[in-house]
Ligand binder design. Structure first.
Ligand code: FAD
Ligand code: NAI
Length: 467
């Protein structure tokens, strides 16, 4: 039996970041991970590998379509897909080594094996060879993350009918990739294969893409991705998926009741993710789930069992790496007697298509629902000198501000580099800037950030300079 102050189960961005913060605060900390590598979904089959393939495919796309216009003549670029995948694996491996180093540096004891509660203060860890260790702790933090959700009538065969995990590790570029779900995964991985030459058709149940983000972004992204050659079937309900040899057939019904059939060689199912609590022994510890299978927690991320906390994808809230990290830090600091706080309204969301899509704060839909009077300032990216110089002119920045007080309530953008620009938007909302505050701040010229200032000028008195 080993004794710790805190045992954390799961080494994704929630778990390993929490472990570091716990160790920094002086707790004797252990981290339990069922796989032989640390980093979780985000590092191995999520954020990092997808961004590696997005960046690689974007470079190829630029070489193919933009170089000539910039005055760069090259022979037609070709794709070495296995090298692209190998590079992605190298990026993952190097980042994984970084986490191993951080565990050593912070003197965190790592156990590789499946963690299963035997009681509310005892966890069994069983490794691949069947060896068992029992851990006792004052506190446990569950950070076991999530897995891809399947369509109930068509579980993934992981060869042709695939989830994001397989889509990040294909042996060939699909000829025609069917994507079910026009959310973040569908559009990011759809973009990768579109740029690499596949035909890509996205089938979405709702009448819009990325439904949790501001409606203006959904519309603009649809327009931009269509321009890039992606095909879309919105308001379409998939009813059946069949595989015949190397072909996949998707049967669906449109809103007007018309039946429609799609044929491809791969089908990516990206209809959301579900919390992962299998083999965790929650019943032995007496931990309750909510109606969506997530671990039930209060505002302190404490489960119904007082010494057990849960964070990240396995609890309510957006399934995002940075949200999991913040929660991991919050729990550690609370256990050390501090009074941390997370403002969930200020967790930014990003979609790494090109241009990128990002938003923070309230969407227009949310403001309408709350009955709050607001004003809008919107500025087109194409009006920026920098955008023309870089050749990335699609998109806009939109600022939503309170009608009466001018306080900025939401900032939403679709633009080159939006993923990085959104950090400024978070700062502005955190410090409760007014649109006029932003409009009066100097923004370096020429940058994409100028669109934020111009949108603020629009929101203040409809007085953008360059539109
Ligand atoms: P996870 O990262 O899922 O980690 C949980 C860990 O717990 C896993 O390693 C698992 O093996 C381990 N585990 C589970 N059960 C046990 C057990 N009983 N015993 C021991 N170990 C156990 N988010 C972003 O913010 N930005 C992005 O760009 C982004 N891109 C993504 C792209 C894709 C394709 C996918 C699928 C997801 C992406 N996400 C992104 C979401 C992000 O990966 C998750 O929100 C994040 O990984 C959640 O972190 P977590 O720590 O809660 O869980
Ligand atoms: P998602 O929730 O983003 O999108 C799922 C989409 O599928 C929705 O548009 C939904 O309406 C649609 N859908 C659901 N059932 C359907 C059906 N039967 N037929 C057709 N469409 C259907 O989920 P996704 O893309 O699977 O991603 C899972 C999670 O991973 C997200 O919640 C996201 O937070 C996280 N993620 C984050 C990324 C980022 O931050 N850039 C990148 C990738 C994933």
């Amino acid at each position: 039996m080993s004794n710790f102050d805190i045992v954390i189960i799961g080494s994704g961005p929630g778990g390993y970041v929490s472990a570091i913060r716990c160790a920094q605060l002086g707790f004797k900390t252990a981290l339990v991970e069922k796989y032989s590598h640390l980093g979780g979904t985000c590092l191995h089959v999520g954020c990092i590998p997808s961004k590696s393939l997005l960046d690689a495919s974007e470079l190829y796309d630029k070489a193919l379509h933009q170089f000539k216009d910039f005055g760069i003549e090259i022979t037609k670029p070709t794709i070495d897909f296995s090298r692209m995948i190998q590079r992605k694996n190298e990026v993952v491996e190097q980042t994984g080594k970084g986490i191993d180093y951080l565990m050593d540096k912070n003197k965190i004891t790592v156990f590789h094996g499946m963690g299963t509660f035997k009681s509310s203060n005892q966890l069994e860890v069983k490794d691949e060879k069947g060896n068992i260790k029992n851990l006792e702790a004052r506190y446990f933090i569950i950070a076991t993350g999530s897995k891809p959700a399947n369509l109930p009538f068509a579980p993934a065969d992981k060869e042709r009918l695939i989830t994001s995990t397989e889509a990040l590790n294909l042996k060939e570029i699909p000829k025609h990739l069917l994507v079910i779900g026009g959310g973040v995964i569908g559009l990011e991985l759809g973009s990768v294969y579109k740029r690499l030459g596949a035909e890509v058709t996205v089938i979405e149940f709702l009448d819009r893409l990325i439904p949790t983000m501001d409606g203006g972004l959904s519309k603009e992204l649809l327009k931009v991705l269509k321009k890039q050659g992606m095909k879309f079937s919105l308001s379409t309900q998939v009813t059946k998926i069949e595989r015949k040899g190397d072909k996949i057939f998707v049967q669906a019904v449109e809103k007007n009741g018309k039946e429609i059939r799609f044929e491809g060689d791969y089908c990516l199912v990206a209809v959301g993710r579900k919390p992962y609590t299998e083999n965790l022994g929650l019943e032995k510890a007496g931990i309750e789930l909510d109606d969506q299978g997530r671990i039930k927690v209060n505002e302190h991320l404490q489960t119904n069992i007082p010494n057990i906390y849960a964070i990240g994808d396995v609890v309510r809230g957006p399934m995002l790496a940075h949200k999991a990290e913040e929660e991991g830090v919050l729990v550690a600091e609370q256990l050390a007697g501090q009074k941390p706080h997370i403002d969930y309204n200020l967790i930014p969301a990003v979609v790494y298509t090109w241009p990128e899509v990002a938003g923070v704060g309230k969407t227009e839909d949310q403001l309408l629902e709350e009955g709050r009077s607001y004003k809008i300032g919107q500025f087109p990216i194409r009006a920026l000198g920098r955008a023309r110089a870089s050749g990335d002119t699609d998109g806009f920045v939109k600022i939503l501000a309170d009608e009466a007080t001018d306080e900025v309530l939401g900032i939403h953008m679709i633009a080159a580099r939006a993923a990085d620009l959104i950090a400024d938007a978070v700062t502005l909302l955190e410090y409760r800037a007014s649109a006029e505050d932003i409009a009066r701040m100097s923004h370096a010229h020429p940058t994409y950030a100028e669109a934020i200032k111009e949108a603020a000028l629009e929101a203040t008195e409809k007085r953008a300079i360059h539109s």
